[in-house]
Design a protein around this ligand. Structure first.
Ligand code: SF4
Length: 341
């Protein structure tokens, strides 16, 4: 049976028409799922019994079960959800002064093999459907009662390797009759799949693009991120420039600082040269040490010097607040530990 949350509003209308129903029924169903957050077709009380029966016969609601939940002292909550086929995915809720932000997974496992990521070593299983992505937000809102205002695609998986489902999920999340989260509050992070960056620039979505850059030259970047062999730094930066020109949106560059690897002032100088003239922002991430990982966190002094150098040379840079460091903050860690238990 198909997951009803895989459909954006327009596709759900088509489904309803095929069932001999009026298209406005799709809007009612959307409202029950995304605004009233019901978990059962029988709770959709303004839908006739007959249609509810048809819905139950043709679709599932795909409600996740919580396998594990860890709460940090700083309010961050990490979930491990059972995605109903024996697999598990990880979702993180973070609390900021401007509201609640959720970090969603887009795939079960990941093919990219970034050396600093705890998902590396976990085999790629499959991509998540749109409904499975959206369900992470619904399940967290249902569990906590909070209203999520920001969505970041920075959990497990390479979102642009699951392009169609991620774009469709964004349409559901953004739809005023869906989860109604503004596109500017939705951020998609990529390890640098260049052709998909060009494709995303052509979509009429105002989401923020975030690039996992982490190094400025091919040698260093390839040693951290194998994807760089396929799409080297020059091609990636060119795609980013094209994205900015087409969308007029600022790009966010993620730069995880690892001790004695990419955190000295020469790296900062190269980064300034590379990003000069682009509408962008650099997010400096104190890398989390992962079990058996090759990298360790840069010193606070180095991190601040790096940030100051960028800011002093015209590149806006901030240091990302470390959230949930007491509950395995690096992506993939919760899932990996659970697999080993
Ligand atoms: S950092 Fe992201 S893209 Fe890289 S391996 Fe981890 S999950 Fe995949």
């Amino acid at each position: 049976m198909r997951n009803i949350k895989d459909y954006d509003l327009e596709d759900l209308k088509k489904e309803l028409i095929e069932m001999g129903e009026k298209p406005f029924r799709a809007e009612q169903i959307f409202k029950w799922i995304y605004q009233e957050k019901v978990k059962d077709f029988d709770d959709m009380t303004n839908i006739s019994l007959e249609l509810r029966k048809k819905l139950k016969e043709n679709y599932t609601m795909c409600n996740y079960n919580i396998l594990k939940k860890q709460e940090s002292k700083d309010g961050t909550i990490k979930y491990l959800f059972d995605v109903l086929d024996g697999n598990a995915i990880e979702t993180v809720l973070m609390s900021y002064h401007h509201g609640y932000s959720i970090c969603v997974s887009s795939q079960i496992g990941c093919k990219m093999g970034c050396k600093f990521c705890a998902s590396t070593g976990i085999n790629f299983v499959r991509s998540l459907s749109s409904g499975e992505i959206v369900e992470q937000i619904l399940a967290v809102e249902q569990d906590t009662g909070v209203r999520i205002s920001n969505v970041v695609f920075m959990g497990i998986g390479e979102p642009l390797d699951n392009y169609d489902n991620v774009v469709n999920a964004i349409r559901i999340i953004n739809n005023p009759k869906g989860l109604n989260i503004g596109a500017r509050h939705i951020s998609v992070s990529t390890s640098g799949l260049v052709p998909k960056i060009y494709k995303l620039a052509e979509e009429n979505i105002q989401c923020t693009l975030s690039i996992s850059l982490h190094a400025t030259n091919n040698e260093k970047r390839s040693s951290m991120m194998p994807v760089n062999d396929a799409y080297p730094v020059e091609e990636l930066i060119q795609a980013c420039k094209d994205y900015i020109a087409k969308t007029n949106r600022r790009i966010s560059f993620e730069y995880a600082l690892a001790k004695d690897n990419n955190d000295n002032l020469n790296d900062a100088k190269e980064l300034v040269k590379l990003l000069k003239g682009m509408i962008c922002h650099v997010n400096l991430i104190p890398i989390n040490k992962i079990e058996n990982g090759a990298y360790t966190k840069s010193s606070n002094d180095n991190i601040m010097k790096f940030r100051d150098y960028l800011n002093d040379h015209g590149i806006v840079a901030t240091i990302r607040r470390e959230l949930g460091s007491d509950i395995d903050a690096a992506c993939g860690q919760l899932r990996r530990k659970n697999l080993k238990d």
